[in-house]
Ligand binder design. Structure first.
Ligand SMILES: Nc1ncnc2c1ncn2[C@@H]1O[C@H](COP(=O)(O)OP(=O)(O)OP(=O)(O)O)[C@@H](O)[C@H]1O
Length: 490
């Protein structure tokens, strides 16, 4: 049996004009099993890049003939596949953010911590080519830079192919590859968490944990221990050492939902953890290095919170390196049929029943609904509709009954007319009364299991009268006009 072919080590280019530092980086990388080339200037680095392809490029920010950022930009223009790590001077947060915005995979702050250096380089090379030392497989053609297999599945879970949704998915796939912090913005219920999960699944951290935290749900006094961990005895009730969210997300993604709800004192601590990449558990004297990508989300206008002094500007700047905006449902109505189908499928699966079919009438009715609570509201509506529906096809009236009663309001044109009547006085009395009557009848029918006799009794009507009203208002009752009028939605 022949020995496996020798593995080709990953190739790294180091760009720094200080010979001592260059040597230090080279030795560190060689010891890790990489093959290293080095350059002292931008021109020299570019020459190397013209000659061959590398797996990663590590560049100092300030070089004798220009900025490391220029190298990054030139690489981007040429669509080079190398991942670029930029080294910035200590305290120059702007450079780090600028580099990440320009497409750097990650940054390191000088003086470089060698442990962090090794870990960042390993991350950059991770899913394309492990170091020779760790590789057993034969050297083959380099894998293209694409999302892990689970990435596409996670993007598919984000249902909707409308143009705005497609843009969101393209952006997720594009930015997933770096370490840059991402802020996901969007109204409540638009799917921000799903977007964050897809981002994680498309990243090289997909095999690591995804830890989701609702910042608004944690009592202020517990925040520090929850985020950074706590040593036994550090506070009343801490009976054992416990890790925090940062430690739990090690090697993966920490999703900070409702980031705008974090109190100012905690914002400072979070900023420090992100900048230093170190956290200190409550009651501990030691800092732990953490390798975590932070993705946060908010439905609030964080820029306004910054202006109002409720959110730290420096933290906002740090979290918002890359922004993903998930559009509200009203801006992507085209997604409604696919969303309904996917949500109904999920609901039915959870209930262990076949998914009811969706008629065009139901879709039309949903499309007319304001759905201000976005996909979550649509999901709730369908949940209740399924519970109220008795057949294979989801009924229009099951949707109407599932919808929370609309607030009593005069028709919109009356409210908006310049010489509008006082609120509460409708211009079309009959239309207004019909709408109210309809709501009451649907509610009564719903509450009596669609038994018309019982519903009529509840409303002080005869069976004849309620039948007449149901027909006049064209209320579709599950099971049609049942002469026996028994319970229809048992
Ligand atoms: N595009 C989508 N495809 C399928 N399901 C979706 C989509 N968007 C949202 N959902 C579903 O809607 C519900 C709400 O989504 P999610 O929690 O991601 O929203 P959110 O924007 O994070 O909400 P909040 O701001 O309230 O935290 C979830 O059950 C989610 O699975």
């Amino acid at each position: 049996m022949s020995a496996p072919p020798a593995a080709t080590p990953a190739q790294v280019l180091v760009v720094d004009d200080e010979p001592d530092l260059r040597t230090l980086y080279e030795l560190t990388l060689l010891r890790e099993g990489y093959q290293v080339d080095s350059a002292a200037t931008l021109a020299d680095a570019w020459q190397h890049l013209q000659e061959r392809r590398f797996d990663a490029v590590i560049t100092d920010m300030r070089l004798p003939d220009g900025q490391g950022l220029e190298l990054l930009q030139r690489m981007l223009v040429q669509q080079r596949s190398e991942r670029c790590i930029v080294m910035t001077a200590y305290g120059s947060a702007e450079n780090a953010v600028e580099a990440l915005k320009a497409g750097a995979f990650d940054y390191l702050t000088k003086p470089v911590d060698l442990k962090q250096f090794r870990s960042v380089v390993a991350s950059a090379i991770h899913d394309r080519q492990p170091p020779a030392r760790a590789r057993a497989a034969a050297a083959g053609p380099k894998a293209p830079d694409r999302s892990p297999a689970g990435g596409q599945a996670a993007l598919d879970r984000l249902v909707g192919n409308s143009a705005p949704m497609q843009q969101v998915k393209d952006r997720i796939a594009r930015v997933a590859r770096s370490m840059a912090p991402v802020l996901v913005r969007g109204e409540s219920g638009t799917g921000k968490e799903l977007a964050a999960r897809a981002l994680h699944a498309c990243s090289h951290r997909a095999d690591g944990p995804f830890v989701a935290v609702n910042c608004g749900a944690i009592p202020e006094s517990l925040l520090e221990a929850e985020f950074f961990g706590a040593r036994k005895g550090s506070y009343t009730g801490a009976n054992a050492d416990r890790e925090g969210y940062f430690q739990a997300a090690q090697g993966g993604t920490l999703f900070l939902d409702e980031i705008g709800d974090l109190p100012l004192a905690m914002q400072s601590k979070l900023l420090r953890a992100i900048q230093e990449r170190q956290v200190r558990a409550l009651g501990s004297t030691q800092e732990d290095a953490v390798d975590v990508r932070v993705v946060s989300a908010t439905h609030r206008d964080l820029a306004a919170d910054v202006a109002g002094g409720r959110f730290r500007q420096d933290l906002y700047y740090r979290l918002n390196v890359i922004e993903i905006v998930v559009p509200p449902l009203r801006e992507r109505r085209d997604d409604l049929p696919a969303l309904c189908e996917a949500l109904l499928g999920r609901i039915a699966q959870e209930a262990g029943m076949p998914a009811p079919a969706l008629s065009p009438a139901v879709i039309d009715q949903l499309a007319a609904h304001p759905l201000a609570g976005n996909v979550r509201e649509l999901e709730n509506l369908l949940h209740r509709a399924v519970a109220l529906s008795d057949g294979q096809v989801l009924q229009v009236d099951a949707i109407a009954a599932a919808a929370p009663p609309a607030p009593v309001r005069p028709p919109a044109e009356v409210a908006q007319a310049p010489d509008a009547a006082p609120p509460g006085l409708p211009s079309d009395l009959q239309g207004y009364l019909d709408q109210r009557e309809r709501e009451i009848l649907v509610r009564a029918l719903h509450e009596t299991g669609f038994n018309r006799t019982a519903a009529a009794q509840r409303l002080g009507l005869s069976l004849r009268q309620i039948r007449y009203r149901i027909a006049r208002l064209a209320i579709a009752v599950p099971g049609g006009d049942d002469p026996n009028d028994g319970p229809l939605s048992a």
